[in-house]
Design a protein around this ligand. Sequence first.
Ligand code: DON
Length: 544
Amino acid sequence: MRAWLLGFIFLLVQNASAVPFESQKFAISAPSPWAVKAAETTYKKGGNVVDMAVASALTLAVTSPYYAALGGGGFALVKIKNNVEALDFREMAPSASNPDYFLEKEKGATETGGAAVATPGVPAGLVALHKKYGKLKWNQLFETALFLAQKGFPVSGEWSSVTRKTENRFSASGKKYFMNKEKHFAPGDTFKQPALAKAITLLRDKGAAGFYEGPIAQDLVASVKKAKGEMTLADLKKYKVRWLKPLQMSYAGYTIHMMPPPSSGGVITMSALKLFDYGKLQEVTPQSSDEYHFIAEILKRSFRGRSLLGDPDFSKNPIELLTSETYLRQQLKEISASKAIDVEPVDLNSFESGETTHFSIMAENGDAVSFTVTLNGYYGSAVVSDKYGIALNNEMDDFNTRPGEANQFGLIQGDANKVEPGKRPLSSMSPTIVELDGKTELVIGAPGGPRIISAVIQVLYRFLITKMDIDSAIQAPRVHHQTQPNKLYVDPQRLQSDTRNALTAKGHVLEESPIAKVYGVARHPSGWLQASFDSRGEGAAGGL
Ligand code: DON
């Protein structure tokens, strides 16, 4: 391996940490050491948290294309000078789509191939973030991403296994770009992306127009068409991000800022935390089977209304009802301490699997970015653009694509989330920022479909109420319930067998399932910043 690459990796390894990484000026928790490196490089140039977030996201588009490629979308919660705003750069349904769009198509069409692709939002999201809050020049944010795309980087175990699993779904270009002459890259092999480097250079030099118009746009449209999709140049040109007002709640003296619809995350989190409070969960022994029982019963009831939610530009979301004290106290009355009680969903909701990622950044002055980005499934639709090697999402699968009919996981979504042109699908992504007396205390988020929400809820509870440090709160065993199906998903390795037995005895139907991975930065009472990532998967924490 060349000396420069070794030197680069050495710097990175110094920052990798599974216990809270501590620093003073800024801290980041991210899925990959390359994102940490990009943030540090940007900070040293004089960048603020938004500059760091943009540089880290660009870097992840290079190093973790299966969940962070430019062909995806996401949400960011941004706190700058005491003002918290939400940016929605989620993908939009192309103009050719409609509520019946998938009825005549084969079942897998929502997940693999061109029809699954919704108009990407990542490049527009990064431009919008930088335009509103960036301090450095736009072209100063590309150094790490371009370096790694051009010179290559050693692929991680996650990169290698996720890419291997996608082989049978990849378009011809997917195989061309992400396999090594029909063989797989193994961990440690160097992977270069000169074509993607050209696309990133166009984005650097021309801004959003460099992606949504011109040769990249033409490449995306032609590649989607070849894979039987209908996204057009006009869809790309029309793409717009939205700045939204975050949902906000007071909880145990803290102020929590959460993602509003089209995420279901904030609404469900607010319902669950209020139920924890009304039900006095803090009086139950932490991490006992009784505590997990109450958490499960509360999650079940908080997810009940998920399918009433959708894109706020298309339908009115009953947020006030779902988070009202009257409705929630009614839910609480149905909970028994001794046994699990089934509930009918207010409407049905979805199980999602696949790939998303998250990073959290906090600076000394409390400025913060909580950034979640996704392609939905591994490499999204598995359509990779022919000329630039850009992986494209399959976010259409987050819509209710076949009303009333179960998807491949045996589940159904609500009417408010049916496919409509220009609409954004309902999401579970939950970037979250917590303040105490105006000071930033915690920045968290996670990948993992609906498990994101239950993970964020449990880490908030462990950190804010049971007063665990950020690392212990993230690593603690978790459970997940989403009303439908009536199963209690448990952490495969972490939940003790006596706790499982006690939960089964109360009537819960347990199933082992991967639990979302949380990335968080907290302010320690000493004033230092602490960053921690979930040891359930790859990650890195760092800062200066
Ligand atoms: O927006 C959503 O809720 C999904 N597209 C997220 C998918 C996801 O988190 C998968 N990650 N592991």
